[in-house]
Design a protein around this ligand. Structure first.
Ligand SMILES: Cc1cc2nc3c(=O)[nH]c(=O)nc-3n(C[C@H](O)[C@H](O)[C@H](O)COP(=O)(O)O)c2cc1C
Length: 172
């Protein structure tokens, strides 16, 4: 599949068949995510891989009852690491770069999951403290995105995008 076909054929899925993901697939998704660019190549994030049903259930509760999370194969939780970025870049690193680093990594991982034949949805609506408790996060890390990945049990809704003219500005 071409890169552009890969992007245009990815749609969020929120219903999954309960099926385990192989370690090989998990590693490929992680390798793609960590292949993303990051400020100063510091990779100021940590990624938690959650496969156990009881942990996914707790993440679903933390995500305001988004129950499909429990039935996914694997949840990749991307956490920003502000201290690592701050050491090199001060406040800009602490407030911005670590979030961007983690976000880009999550985007690459989402495309990799799609490329491997999985479906996914990015989940950003959750109570940070509850996610931190579930993962046992050290105080310096901030969970910013869950990438919920699995085998689809529904046809995704085909979403559209705003016209380019509304959101782009070509400077001549
Ligand atoms: C920052 C962010 C937060 C999101 N949070 C949620 C969420 O909590 N629950 C959910 O079902 N989808 C969530 N989504 C998925 C979006 O709703 C979805 O990507 C968007 O509607 C476009 O649809 P598509 O992914 O099929 O292209 C989130 C996406 C992003 C980028």
């Amino acid at each position: 599949m071409s890169f552009f076909d890969l992007i245009s054929s990815r749609h969020s899925v929120r219903a999954f068949k309960e099926q385990k993901m192989s370690n090989d697939a998990i590693e490929k998704i992680l390798a793609a995510g960590t292949g993303a660019p990051s400020a100063g190549n510091l990779q100021s994030y940590q990624i938690f891989v959650v496969s156990k049903k009881e942990d996914k259930k707790r993440l679903a509760v933390a995500a305001h009852g988004q129950d499909f999370i429990e039935r996914s194969s694997t949840v990749f939780v991307f956490c920003a690491d502000p201290n690592t970025s701050a050491r090199e870049y001060g406040k800009r690193g602490e407030d911005l770069y670590c979030i961007q680093d983690a976000t880009i990594a999550c985007s690459y991982a989402q495309l990799a999951a799609h490329s491997l034949g999985f479906s996914s949805v990015w989940v950003g609506s959750f109570i940070e403290g509850e996610v931190a408790n579930t993962l046992g996060l050290p105080s310096g890390l901030k969970a910013i995105a869950m990438l919920v990945v699995g085998i689809p049990a529904e046809k995704p809704e085909i979403t559209t995008r705003r016209p380019l003219s509304e959101i782009t500005h070509i400077m001549m």
